[in-house]
Design a protein around this ligand. Structure first.
Ligand SMILES: NC(=[NH2+])NCCC[C@H](N)C(=O)O
Length: 291
């Protein structure tokens, strides 16, 4: 069973990043974003932080799955968020921009075998030039927010409209480009709902903030330094609980989240963010809410 209708519905089943075999053969490493240019984290640190993260999820009653090892040519399996996304009761398998990520989805195929298919419920983009990554997609309150970013293109937005436009309101968002001095890799690096009515936002990352955001959410603003530490990239466990980094730049944001009545579990998580992804990136929710 898979299901996701809202970003903050209670998380029941999730795939988390695989740290085992990370960068096993550096010959295949590809520096895919700005963060990675300053060096890749050691596997020991990834192990410690991912095991702790996994324990927190398990203790919260979440079923945790880990991708299979694809092979040394996929050097990084830390951020499954981007390789697919559950939209309603369907699974969208993404076309990745970066070569080293293109076969990463093979690691999760065994978790897709049991998706019921009275109709084709696993959706694959038709065209190889249609790029969509899960980090650019966010489903909440009847909307699918989708960023046109470093990793998702207009063709991807059109594909979402075709496939899901009858059930969801598709809200395209243009992320500012690297050339404009903004490093927002994915939508979840600049926007993320939290609790029932609030959302974290890094406004400077947007070309324009859509009405579906300004009219609906109480906005908690993240500044540039906090954005660079991926302060928006929390993971919602439910409407009343999130997981966030204990990083000094994230702590003021965590306090603002607490003021909205949401519990924040802070954990040490520095290694994965050094590769460009924090808690949201390092997770792919398969089931949220009551089925
Ligand atoms: N949803 C996200 N923000 N994902 C971050 C992905 C980081 C990953 N190393 C990449 O560059 O592709």
């Amino acid at each position: 069973m898979i299901q996701q209708h809202s970003e903050t519905d209670t998380l029941q089943k999730v795939i988390i990043g695989r740290y085992e075999n990370y960068n096993e053969s550096p010959a295949y490493a590809e520096l895919v974003n700005e963060e990675q240019k300053t060096g890749l984290p050691p596997r020991e640190q990834l192990k410690e932080e991912f095991e702790n993260f996994r324990n927190v999820l398990t203790e919260a009653g979440v079923e945790v799955l880990v991708p299979d090892y694809v092979g040394k040519f996929v050097y990084d399996q830390l951020t499954p968020r981007d390789i697919g996304v559950v939209i309603g009761e369907k699974f969208l398998l993404c076309n990745m921009v970066k070569r080293s990520r293109r076969y990463e989805s093979a690691g999760i195929f065994r978790y897709l075998h049991h998706i019921p298919d009275s109709e084709p419920n696993i959706i694959i983009p038709d065209s190889p030039t249609c790029f969509i990554e899960g980090g650019d997609i966010l489903i909440d309150k009847g909307n699918i927010f989708v960023a046109v970013s470093q990793r998702t293109n207009q063709e991807g937005v059109e594909f979402l409209k075709e496939q899901f436009g009858d059930v969801f309101n598709i809200v395209p968002i243009k992320a500012r480009a690297l050339a404009e001095g903004e490093n927002v890799l994915h939508l979840d690096c600049m926007f993320n709902p939290v609790g029932e009515k609030a959302a974290l936002i890094y406004e400077e990352g947007f070309e324009a903030v859509p009405r579906e955001i300004t009219d609906v959410y109480e906005l908690i603003k993240v500044d540039k330094a906090q954005q660079q530490e991926l302060a928006t990239n929390i993971l919602s466990l439910s409407q009343d609980k999130v997981i966030s980094r204990d990083h000094p730049l994230c702590k003021p944001i965590n306090d603002m989240i607490r003021k909205t009545g949401v519990e924040v579990v802070e954990i040490k998580f520095d290694a994965a963010p050094a590769t460009g992804g924090s808690f949201r990136c390092c997770t792919l929710p398969l089931l949220r809410g009551q089925y």
